[in-house]
Design a protein around this ligand. Structure first.
Ligand code: ASP
Length: 323
């Protein structure tokens, strides 16, 4: 420790400056699904509900980052808020399969250690994102599906609900409409969060009910690491939403990371390239949120709209819906 009072002051100033700079880096980005989301299909009341819900989720996660918590805890907490909200196609608001059941998928990844956890096709776990976290933290595996995942979650003491908990009138009606049209399964939303914490560590979390009218047993991109969710400190953290079959075949999340690593692209350029060029050319509808360790982020989508938002050093949650 320097003895001269001026040197002590200078050292103090430097510490405060470094801490301020570090806390500046903390940033959280969220999405609540992409798809046919247009102004004309939305009432002012609904729009307000979506906006407030996304803001609440952002503030919940950012509170953890602001007090020095990890990006992993922040993205899990953010996604839990959205899972508990019937507006979004995850947790409580999950869509129905062709057979009229709810089968949920979720995954989480830690960019520092590259540890990951996922659950697929689960029907009784209230918060699938926390089950994914438990698979990551408390099992030697990355993904668990169906009954086995549900038994594991029960053993881990997670909240278990009757499958009827996931029944909502809005999603039931949406299924009836699709059944009448005899149309294919449709992307309808998903929720996700990516964040960087004060230590510069990245994390990504994604949770979904999948697609309305999907076949039972169908698993989408959301629980597949590298497709709908990915995080590594050297490149970026990504969470996707959209037509899962395309996200799987185009390994969307990892492709963005790879473009950054091997081509030196920025997070914005890499995410744009994959979502607005590759996916679009293939006919894969959707979008992503992506962030790098410096807090640069991108939220591109090739659909009409995507519920999305971010919050950083100033603590203000900024939310957008349309193009
Ligand atoms: N990606 C999700 C799935 O395919 C659905 C969505 O995001 O709309 O399961």
């Amino acid at each position: 420790m320097p003895k001269h009072p001026m040197l002590i002051l200078a050292a103090l100033f430097l510490t405060v400056a470094i801490e301020a700079q570090e806390s500046k880096k903390a940033m959280l980005v969220v999405h609540g699904g992409a798809g046919t989301i247009t102004r004309s299909s939305m009432t002012p009341e609904m729009e307000k509900e979506y906006r407030t819900s996304l803001e609440t989720a952002l503030r919940t996660g950012y509170a953890i980052l602001a007090r020095g918590g990890t990006s992993l805890d922040a993205v899990e907490a953010t996604v839990r808020v959205l899972e508990d909200n019937p507006l979004f196609n995850a947790g409580k608001g999950a869509v129905f399969t062709h057979e009229g059941r709810n089968e949920l998928d979720a995954s989480i990844m830690d960019g520092k250690t590259k540890k990951a956890g996922a659950v697929a096709a689960v029907s009784i776990i209230k918060n699938p994102i926390s089950a994914a976290r438990a698979v990551m933290d408390k099992s030697p595996h990355v993904m668990m599906a169906g009954r086995g995942a549900e038994l594991f979650a029960t053993k881990m003491g997670l909240e278990i609900v009757d499958p009827s908990y996931f029944w909502t009138e809005r999603r039931w009606k949406a299924l009836q409409k699709e059944l009448q049209k005899e149309s294919q399964a449709k992307p309808i939303g998903t929720v996700g969060a990516v964040a960087v914490d004060r230590d510069g560590n990245l994390a990504a979390a994604t949770s979904t009910g999948g697609m309305t009218n999907k076949q039972f047993g169908r698993v989408g991109d959301t629980p597949i690491i590298g497709a709908g969710n990915f995080a590594e400190n050297e490149s970026c953290a990504v969470s996707g939403t959209g037509h899962g079959e395309y996200f799987i075949r185009w390994t969307v999340a990892y492709d963005i990371a790879a473009l950054m690593k091997y081509r030196g692209m920025t997070v914005q350029a890499a995410a744009d390239e994959v979502v607005n060029k590759k996916l679009k050319a293939a006919g894969g509808e959707g979008g992503v949120i992506a962030i790098d360790a410096k807090g640069n982020f991108a939220m591109p989508f090739n659909s009409d709209g995507m519920y999305r938002g971010y919050i950083g050093a100033d603590g203000v949650a900024r939310v957008s819906i349309y193009r």
